[in-house]
Design a protein around this ligand. Structure first.
Ligand code: ADP
Length: 270
């Protein structure tokens, strides 16, 4: 059994619940890769250093962070410090892990998106000098080797740009999907500070438990706004890469993986 789990960096996610469950499961012989986000820590770091957080909505409705030169350095710092915290906490729970920094392990590559488009008030603007990236490849061999030597691989939302040798900010949800596809994982669980995909964000009772109840991806995408749109895109990519079980579930509960497997989140495979 190989699984990939992604935990967001947003407020509300309970890291300890996931990490203690991961430590227990890996000691029972399961293999899990952990992908993490860094958004919450990045926002805090920006506030502390007096750097404005700039979120941009593209003409197709996807929200992303504008990453200039200053932000690129801060984002790497945020990702590395969150990764170190995860590694220490796993060690406290008795699990060994390895942090796969793309700059030193060349595990994930990305192409820089120098230009991004911003849609606002009926107009599209071009923003240059951006340092986020699109994932181009995941080196599955390095991840599998880490798993086989008994470590939990920890992947930050960073990808190495081979032309500049800089690590770029990449989307954690899409990274988790690419990793799950590349290592042929049996299950992908994307945890966040919500129960799953909901028809009405203010009503937990409106949780969509199964994709088959709704039909097409397009129909599901109609319910999603903001960052949820990108999570669904990631799930769709994982589905197209052949990942057999995909869940969007709650990262704030005890044993969040078991909670997802018991059907208390959104199951996106048919
Ligand atoms: P993370 O940092 O854990 O990746 P995000 O904040 O990026 O989490 O994404 C989850 C957010 O998506 C939720 O907190 C919620 O505000 C938003 N969202 C938008 N539409 C929906 C929906 N239909 N169902 C659930 N969440 C939604």
């Amino acid at each position: 059994m190989i699984g990939v789990v992604k935990i967001g960096g947003a407020e509300g996610n309970k890291l300890d619940f996931l990490l203690s469950e991961l430590a227990k499961r890996t000691s029972n012989g399961e293999k899990w890769v952990l992908v993490h986000g860094a958004s919450g820590i990045m926002d805090k770091l920006c506030r502390d250093r007096g750097v404005e957080v700039r979120m941009v909505t593209s003409p197709s409705g996807y929200r992303s962070r504008y990453v200039g030169e200053k932000e690129r350095v801060l984002f790497r710092e945020a990702a590395l410090s969150y990764g170190a915290k995860i590694q220490n906490t796993l060690a406290n729970f008795g699990a060994q892990s390895k942090f796969l920094d793309p700059e030193t392990t060349e595990s994930v590559f990305a192409d820089r998106k120098d230009i991004i488009r911003e849609y606002s008030e009926g107009r599209t603007r071009i923003l240059r000098g951006n340092y986020s990236g699109t994932i181009t490849s995941v080196e599955s061999g390095k991840i599998i080797q880490t798993l086989d030597s008994g470590f939990i691989p920890i992947l930050p939302p960073l990808g190495l740009d081979s032309s500049s040798s800089l690590s770029l900010n990449i989307d954690g949800d899409r990274l988790a999907a690419s990793v799950a596809g590349a290592i042929k994982a049996d299950i992908l669980v994307i945890l966040s500070n919500i129960p799953g995909l909901m028809k009405d964000m203010n009503d937990p009772e409106s949780l969509i438990k199964n994709r088959s109840d709704e039909g097409s991806w397009e129909k599901l995408e109609d319910y999603a706004a903001g960052n949820m749109k990108r999570k669904l895109l990631a799930c769709r990519e994982a589905f197209e890469l052949g990942v057999p079980k995909i869940y969007l579930a709650d990262g704030r509960v005890e044993e969040p993986l078991k909670n997802a497997e018991r059907g208390n989140g959104t199951c996106l495979t048919l």
